[in-house]
Design a protein around this ligand. Structure first.
Ligand code: URA
Length: 240
């Protein structure tokens, strides 16, 4: 890839600022000073040093966020704060996007990446991974609801959901876990509406075997490990 793009992606500023760094002789590739932004470099096989620091460049980034309430799962919005607005500069410049959506008032596990294939594998109806939510409902959830959800529920638009696993928490009949294998618009809320109930609070706690990191406060995030990325992809491809 072009060296100026790589440096801009790594957080060394705009193309103009990067050009200045190159002009100053601050960029070395395999110990040779490089002056042209158009020069092609391969970060996997070449050593790239900027201002004396070796660049660690990975083609894609994979972030695991505990999405807070009040921000939307989009890349841009004229009115609301988006999940990109709460990323650090070094991550935002890599232009990640959310993998699927959580509503503005939903919190919990949200992945962000700039790897389109990864995002597609996790969100495609043919692949994907099971998602588990924790919710508080406005009234007691019943054994009958469990049976209905296990058969698939007909939503307001006539769509019949795939079987879903509903569990009532031991200490309270209004608190549940729900695992679904698809991601229709407002699916959890609409499933409960279909049985005459309302979701008061919703948090996603897992995607496949990947669970929400308890150490992450809402609004915090971390890089996914390579193992986590690979395992999730494997799960997505072996589903169905
Ligand atoms: N289902 C919903 O209703 N909302 C979400 O944010 C996610 C799943």
């Amino acid at each position: 890839m072009r060296v100026d793009k790589l440096l801009a992606n790594t957080g060394y500023g705009s193309r103009k600022e990067v050009k200045k760094l190159l002009k100053q002789g601050a960029v070395e590739v395999d110990r040779q000073k490089l002056k042209s932004g158009a020069a092609q470099v391969d970060p996997d096989s070449q050593e790239i040093i900027v201002l004396g620091e070796v660049i660690e460049y990975k083609e894609f980034i994979y972030l695991l966020m505990n999405k807070p309430q009040g921000v939307i799962s989009a890349t841009v919005d004229d009115i609301h704060k988006t999940v990109l607005d709460i990323l650090e500069f070094d991550d935002a410049v890599r232009e990640p996007f959310p993998v699927g959506r959580l509503d503005k008032d939903t919190e919990g596990l949200l992945l962000l990446t700039n790897d389109g294939k990864f995002a597609h594998a996790l969100t495609s109806p043919k692949k994907g991974a099971a998602k588990t939510y924790e919710a508080i409902i406005d009234q007691a959830v019943t054994e009958e609801d469990i049976v209905s959800f296990s058969k698939g529920i007909v939503l307001d638009d006539g769509y019949q959901t795939k079987p879903a696993d509903l569990q009532i928490k031991e200490h309270s009949a209004t608190e549940i876990y729900l695992t679904i294998t698809e991601g229709k618009y407002h699916q959890v809320k609409r499933m409960f509406e279909a049985v005459g109930k309302r979701v008061l609070f919703l948090r996603r706690i897992s995607i496949g075997n990947l669970t929400l990191d308890e150490t992450l406060e809402p609004g915090e995030y971390r890089d996914m490990s390579e193992k986590e990325v690979e395992e999730l992809l494997q799960e997505a491809y072996t589903k169905n």
